[in-house]
Design a protein around this ligand. Structure first.
Ligand code: HAS
Ligand code: HEM
Ligand code: CU
Length: 573
């Protein structure tokens, strides 16, 4: 018999040994593909940091062979890190976890088909990217025009993620049918809520790419409407950041407490946070478009207030995650109001990486609230402040958490032992330190008005940049690139040496570190609290999310459709 997270139900086939081995292999494929993409993306990052340190390396002949321009590099960096790395890791992670949690056997042929489709989409999109035929940045803003091959590859990738979503929702529904009246186990709850949120979120991008960008880049329409395209993009583009964040939250809620020696605070509260993300993640996209013309202020203000609302489940998470860390540290003998922090297992690389990721997110989240405030937005919008913000959210809260997860997940999937745990620990500190320096330098430059997405170190802009007297923040940014490069070398040494080492243990001897809860939700819906009962119907909550999105996007999009502009494409780089 296999150790499982919940008892198998008689009516459903549980995970047998062969399927589990296969599922682990698939999860490993997803994770390794993800981290290969990140490797390339992260090698480009330090060059960009040098740019924001005033050093232009883009004229070096050797580099010129590989990338034609700053913007080709920036497009690769954004696409590989933010779109490819995240999506592959998450698709593996959030299929594996619910299958284990429910102990339900997924259709493995379908699961492999999905992985191969996603990889085919990636390879398709990679060709024009590498040939400088899709230098349109990771936001695909028209009228910047890329090769149709790029948009088609990207569409296939997103479609594949929706297949994973469908498979996980399907697993959950079959479990529900076999277990009437039972409360959905919390890891599954979080995964299904995230996948359903992503399904509602992805609609905007799908319509933009399939309905506008692909026909336009194929020459079937005489132009494209940039404002409508941007609006549809941010329909997806804001909630996509929660699609990157919530899988990290799953680890912070369900696994990190156990790893640190403590318990999850409350299953009911965890479910409330995810239910709120499901309903409120999408209808906020206009906070990326405060500066866009032809969108009524009323709607911008409504999206602003909804943005503040969707910060609430993150605040719930902050307190509840802190409570579970405190529970762990006190169980280990920690004392004092803040002194307990020292008793966290700081020698454990997986725990340390994730706690540091959380610390970075305190600043990342606070910066996000600044961005969202219409009074502050004009000061920071389109400046270096914004990359400062998102390297301590997606670049650290998400990325460093996934790195920390890999430190237990790879041994768990493969039976191999983590190579050089002290090196792993060092990589987490170097990443955190590097990103903190980076964030300081970039936020600072942004406040002084240094633009983002600008090759400020190039001769054409050098004089203006030099005259801004930004010596210290420029230095910090340049140094951060070096620190992050070291962090990446350390991390990939650990990861690659671990993957190449021989299998020594039974993989299950590194179990999934599922935490108990101080306040559990219970097993039976009828005996459960009102909160647990109200948060159980995830499909109804998804329906509510859809209605809300239509309410706050309908009146924004309708006039754009009625006044569709045909703007011809441009290639700048
Ligand atoms: Fe953001 C722009 C607003 C969160 C990513 N964001 C971006 C872009 C990216 C991004 C990639 O309103 C750039 C897009 C582009 O290219 O143009 N963001 C927000 C708000 C939040 C937020 C309100 N962002 C994220 C997350 C991201 C992400 C998460 C990725 C994963 N963002 C904006 C706005 C813009 C924007 C505007 C447009 C700016 C412009 O002008 O263009 C909120 O969700 C944040 C809520 C978070 C908190 C923090 C909770 C803290 C926690 C940690 C607790 C720590 C503990 C540790 C317990 C309230 C949960 C204890 C430690 C011990 C040692 C004990
Ligand atoms: C953009 C550096 C890692 C996602 C940038 C920029 C810099 C930079 C300086 C701003 C470029 C500009 O606005 O012109 C670095 C360094 C990294 C790193 C030094 C570490 C080695 C990451 C990671 C992620 C990420 C891990 C996400 C998982 C992005 C995205 C952009 C960006 C989405 C925006 C691209 C755009 O504006 O089109 N990076 N980065 N970066 N970075 Fe990173
Ligand atoms: Cu946003």
């Amino acid at each position: 018999a296999l150790p499982s997270q919940s008892a198998p139900s008689p009516a459903l086939p549980g995970l047998d040994t062969a399927t589990l081995t296969n599922l682990k292999k698939l999860t490993q494929y997803y994770a390794v593909t993800a981290f290969l993409a990140l490797l390339i993306g992260v090698l480009l990052g330090p060059l960009q940091a040098l740019n924001y340190g005033g050093v232009n390396v883009y004229e070096f002949p050797l580099l010129k062979v590989l990338i034609k321009s700053y913007y080709q590099g920036l497009t690769l960096h954004g696409v590989l890190n933010a779109l490819v790395f995240t999506q592959f890791f998450i698709s593996g992670w959030m299929l594996y976890l619910p299958a284990r949690d429910l102990n339900v056997r997924p259709n493995m042929r379908f699961a492999w088909f999905t992985y191969l489709t996603m990889t085919a989409g990636l390879l398709t999109a990679a060709v024009p990217l590498l040939m400088n035929n899709a230098t349109v940045l990771y936001t695909f803003y028209p009228p910047l025009e890329g090769s149709p091959v790029f948009y088609i590859g990207a569409a296939v990738m997103v479609a594949a993620s929706l297949l994973v979503a469908g498979q996980v929702v399907g697993l959950w529904l079959s479990w529900k049918r076999a277990n009437p009246g039972r409360v959905t186990p919390v890891v599954t709850y979080m995964s299904v809520a995230t996948w359903l949120m992503w399904a509602v979120a992805a609609l905007g991008l799908v319509v933009e790419v399939v309905g506008m960008l692909i026909p336009w880049s194929l020459g079937l329409t005489r132009g494209v409407d940039p404002l409508l395209a941007r609006t549809l993009f941010w329909w997806t583009g804001h909630p996509i950041v929660y699609f990157w964040l919530l899988p990290a939250y799953i680890s912070w809620y369900a696994f990190l407490p156990r790893q640190a020696g403590g318990r999850m605070a409350s299953e009911g509260l965890t479910r409330l946070a995810f239910a709120m993300f499901l309903v409120f993640s999408v209808p906020v996209g206009l906070h990326h478009q405060y500066a866009d013309p032809n969108v009524q202020n009323t709607w911008k203000v409504i999206h602003m207030f909804l943005t503040f609302l969707v910060a609430v489940p993150s605040l719930l998470t902050a307190f509840s995650a802190a409570a579970s860390l405190e529970d762990a540290a006190r169980a280990r003998g920690g004392r004092g109001v803040v002194g307990w922090v020292r008793r966290l297992p700081w020698g454990n690389a997986s725990v340390t990486a994730q706690v540091l990721a959380m610390v970075s997110f305190i600043f990342g989240g606070a910066g996000g609230i600044v961005n969202a405030s219409m009074a502050f937005a004009p000061v920071v919008h389109n400046t270096a402040w914004i990359p400062g913000h998102f390297h301590i959210t997606v670049g650290t809260a998400t990325t460093l958490t996934f790195m920390g997860v890999m430190f237990w997940l790879v041994p768990h999937l493969t039976g191999k032992r983590l190579f050089a745990p002290r090196l792993a620990l060092a990589s987490a500190w170097w990443w955190f330190g590097g990103m903190m320096l980076f964030a300081l330098g970039m936020h600072w430059q942004g406040l002084a008005g240094v633009p983002r997405r600008a090759q400020v170190s190039a001769s054409a802009q050098q004089a203006a940049y030099d005259s801004m007297n930004m010596a210290l923040p420029k230095l910090l940014t340049a140094i951060s690139g070096g620190v992050l490069f070291v962090a990446a070398v350390l991390f990939y040494t650990v990861l690659i040496r671990t993957l190449l080492s021989p299998r020594l243990d039974d993989p299950e001897s590194t179990p999934i570190p599922t935490s108990e809860a101080i306040s559990p939700a219970g097993q039976n819906l009828r005996e459960a609290s009102l909160l647990v009962r109200r948060t159980e119907p995830l499909l109804a909550l998804t329906f509510a999310a859809l209605i809300l999105v239509i309410l706050v996007y309908g009146p924004v999009i309708a006039p754009m459709l009625a006044n569709y502009q045909f703007i011809p494409g441009q290639r700048l780089w």
